[in-house]
Design a protein around this ligand. Structure first.
Ligand code: G3P
Length: 217
């Protein structure tokens, strides 16, 4: 499973990259705003800064909600850097734009996916990635992980190439459960990635090894 970090915070991206386990980055307008990155030029520069930190795919989201606007914005984003993946909303024009970009070899990530039917449409349109938001489904008492399982089954039934990018991952158990269910990618905060490191028996065992080493020296 690929690990993407879901943030626009450059320090956190560097931290995950330094661990050697990072495969890419996802961002969205809310994450950009959280870092105080506003205005078109600053946002475009920030995408390039992110691409210069990581080697993998970097999702950059369009703001337009009409087909022509999405094409214009998506082409501008794709021209920024070869690592850019054009992130499109799961609406009718987003599906049309996904088809347009996939026919031209430009990578896409169809976002704000909350149902198996939406994921099926994204795959039919040739999306590189589909982003089901599991945390936001959990927030409304709906099993987000069940959606990952449904999409996995549908994509496997028809050998769709679209990669399932589990998004709105909030914690370590989401990461582990997504891996068990066969998600191709997960994107989550640094805390969910670093949380995977933690086990008290590792800490106790390491302390004992170091203590015993000192006794013998
Ligand atoms: O990857 C999608 C993500 O940014 C949404 O996460 O935690 O706002 O639901 P969240």
């Amino acid at each position: 499973m690929k690990f993407f970090i879901d943030t626009a915070n450059l320090d956190q991206i560097r931290e995950a990259e330094a661990m050697g386990i990072l495969d890419g980055v996802t961002t969205n307008p809310s994450l950009m705003a959280k870092e105080g990155i506003t205005g078109k030029n600053s946002i475009l520069k920030h995408y390039v800064d992110i691409c210069n930190i990581v080697e993998g795919d970097v999702s950059a989201e369009v703001i337009s909600t009409d087909f022509e606007g999405m094409i214009r914005e998506g082409e501008e984003l794709a021209d920024l850097h070869e690592q850019i993946v054009v992130k499109l909303p799961m609406i009718k024009d987003g599906v049309k734009a996904c088809k347009y970009f996939s026919e031209r070899g430009i990578k896409t990530n169809v976002t704000l996916v909350f149902s198996a039917g939406q994921a099926l449409l994204a795959a039919k349109a040739g999306a590189t990635y589909v982003s089901p938001f599991i945390g936001r489904l959990d927030d409304i008492s709906t099993d987000g992980l069940n959606l990952i399982a449904e999409i996995r089954q549908i994509y496997d039934n028809y050998d769709f190439d679209t990669q399932i990018l589990a998004a709105s991952v909030r914690h370590t158990m989401h990461v582990i459960d997504c891996a068990k269910l066969g998600a191709d990618v997960m994107t989550g905060p640094l805390s969910a990635i670093e949380g995977l490191l933690k086990h008290p028996l590792t800490d106790i065992g390491l302390a004992k090894f170091l203590e015993d080493y000192k006794k013998g020296n």
